[in-house]
Design a protein around this ligand. Structure first.
Ligand code: THU
Length: 148
């Protein structure tokens, strides 16, 4: 599979389409009064379950959490560590898909080199990439065996 390409939403696998739709819905819960930039994220677990999240900001700015980490924290705290796909939904900035920040990339890396789908709320096209494309030579990527 070519892991870094822009594809039409209709060409995305059905289970990932469903993940992206739920992620679009989760984005609406974004608490972002400071940046006014809404982000949704969702993880599809190997067992088919889905956990979604949004960004949650704070008057003390560094306390805010990104959508990706919200979704991952929700999944891991419910006993899920094996992820098939991560989806991120946000508006494009400068005609570029919104990608996970560095902190989130390192958080994702803890759980392996998973495919990452970036989408806009209107779900026309999707950028399919992966953790190792976004964070080459990540620290700790060899730790998959401790995640059983
Ligand atoms: N943000 C995310 O939640 N995920 C990303 O992938 C990029 C940035 C949030 C953090 C902050 O609440 C807002 O977007 C603006 O940076």
């Amino acid at each position: 599979m070519n892991i870094e390409e822009v594809i039409d939403f209709t060409a995305v696998e059905p289970d990932v389409q469903s993940l992206i739709k739920k992620t679009v819905a989760a984005r609406e819960y974004s608490y972002s009064p400071y940046s006014k930039f809404k982000v949704g994220a969702g993880v599809l677990c190997i067992d088919g379950t889905i956990f979604t999240g949004c960004n949650i900001e704070n008057a003390s700015y560094p306390v805010g959490i990104c959508a990706e980490r919200t979704a991952i924290v929700k999944a891991v705290s419910e006993g899920k560590r094996k992820f098939k796909v991560l989806a991120v939904v946000a508006d494009k900035e400068n005609n570029t898909f919104t990608t996970p920040c560095g902190l989130c990339r390192q958080t994702i890396a803890e759980f392996g080199d998973i495919p990452i789908y970036l989408a806009e709320p209107l779900m026309k096209s999707v950028l399919r990439t992966s953790l190792s494309k976004l964070l080459p030579c990540a620290f700790g990527l060899g730790n998959a065996e401790i995640l059983q």
